[in-house]
Design a protein around this ligand. Structure first.
Ligand code: HEM
Length: 393
């Protein structure tokens, strides 16, 4: 079944896709886009099925909505672009740096960065929230994880924008050029850590060994690059859109001000409600049927997380509502199955600390202008969001 909903268009995701999702879930939950040629899945259970059958739905040929004008730069051999058994092996090695314990150790660092970000904000001032608050934390954390010098934070930021916002006219640096610069930078970093391990993630990974296997220089390079793209814009978008949800729902915000212990639960709801990563894609490795619809070998299947996360069959009649007390909340904003987000605990930690400090210091938040979004199908980040921030009484 074909759809006229522009599911291939960055503008669609930068706007409000939810009414169209609801309609499609009810009418054509497995639907074909013949502009750039892919199947879209709208239902939660279908997305879980695809994510947990990597032998039927491969990640090796690309993971984003096809765009003939900007072919996806598939990073062959990088974790997110591999299938089992190679994926399992790589993931085990990389997991050594992402255990719960390793991530918990990062909390003081996260707190220090967040305090720094809020340091000189005057109560009552209007701030460019996306740029000044949502952006710095994820970039600095990744720079920190990789052990890069704080002097390089701005360059990290530019590279990441170029890699994720390729369809946005404001992003000038060509994506391939950015990747080239980035690889060169990381090559040096890896060589340094191989020779002289320090107390950072790149050093852990450079010396990790599981079942006799180790990560090659190429694996490390691929991973460093992936981290920058996967962990940066995504978390930034969660912080910006999560803040927007709190501004638009003052009664929910008040619950968190009255009871900050609710913040971890609220972060889960922000993830569900805003779905910072709109989709991931797969390619069918053989003919397969979903909800009676034949998907042929080689065709692209796009999993729309934002739709799954508001599927009334899973989240009930209030699926469209923002409710910081929602429980249970089995959202799949971090994906699910084989490739589920390896950085989920880190993103949760960053968001929790960020909102604790934000609401603790500036409980009065007001949007004082338009929200401008990035033109990108996968992570349509917030570019501009003017917010007045005021201390409480
Ligand atoms: C709110 C923030 C984040 C969101 C919404 C998010 C979302 C996702 C999603 C949906 C996937 C699934 C990919 C797939 O199934 O093909 C994924 C994978 C991944 N994420 Fe995240 N992510 C976030 C933050 C992070 C952070 C902070 C890092 C690292 C520091 C990270 C690193 C990765 C990596 C390496 C993968 C690939 C895992 C694999 O292929 O096995 N992400 N993420």
């Amino acid at each position: 079944m074909l759809t006229t909903v522009p599911l291939h268009s960055p503008d669609f995701y930068a706007g409000d896709p939810y009414p169209a999702y609801r309609e499609l879930r009810a009418t054509t939950p497995v639907v074909y886009n013949d502009v750039t040629n892919f199947w879209a899945l709208l239902k939660y259970e279908d997305i879980r099925y695809v994510s947990s059958h990597p032998q039927l739905f491969s990640s090796t040929k690309g993971i984003t909505i096809p765009d003939p004008d900007q072919p996806e730069p598939v990073q062959e051999g990088a974790l997110i672009f591999t299938d089992p058994p190679r994926h399992r092996q790589l993931r085990k090695l990389i997991n050594t740096a992402f255990t719960r314990r390793q991530v918990a150790l990062l909390e003081p660092k996260v707190r220090q960065i967040v305090y720094g970000i809020f340091e000189e904000v005057k109560s009552g001032s209007v701030q460019e929230f996306a740029e000044s608050f949502a952006a710095p934390l994820p970039t600095r954390m990744i720079a920190e994880l990789l052990g890069a010098s704080p002097d390089d934070w701005e360059r990290f930021r530019r590279w990441s924008d170029a890699c994720t916002g390729t369809a946005d006219p404001e992003i000038e640096l060509d994506a391939m050029e950015a990747i080239g610069e980035l690889f060169e930078y990381f090559q040096q970093l890896i060589a340094d850590r191989r020779n002289e391990p320090r107390n950072d993630m790149m050093s852990v990974l450079a010396h990790a060994e599981v079942d006799g296997a180790r990560l090659s220089d190429e694996d490390l390079l691929n991973f460093a690059f992936l981290l920058l793209v996967a962990g940066n814009e995504t978390t930034r978008n969660l912080i910006a859109l999560g803040t927007l949800a709190l501004i638009e729902h003052p009664e929910q915000r008040q619950k968190l001000i009255d009871n900050p212990a609710l913040i971890p639960n609220a972060v889960e709801e922000m993830l569900r409600y805003t779905s910072p990563v709109t989709h991931m894609a797969r390619h069918a490795t053989e003919d397969v049927e979903i909800r009676g619809q034949l998907i042929r070998k080689g065709e692209t299947v796009v999993m729309l997380y934002g739709s799954a996360n508001r599927d009334e069959e899973i989240f009930g009649d209030d699926a469209e509502e923002f409710n910081v007390e929602r429980n249970p909340n089995p959202h799949i904003a971090f994906g699910c199955g084989e490739h589920s987000c390896i950085g989920a605990q880190l993103a949760r930690l960053e968001a929790r600390v960020f909102f604790e400090v934000l609401l603790g210091r500036y409980p009065k938040l007001e949007l004082v202008g338009d929200v401008d979004r990035m033109r990108a199908t996968m992570v349509p980040g917030v570019k501009r969001m003017p917010v007045r921030m005021e201390a409480g009484v």
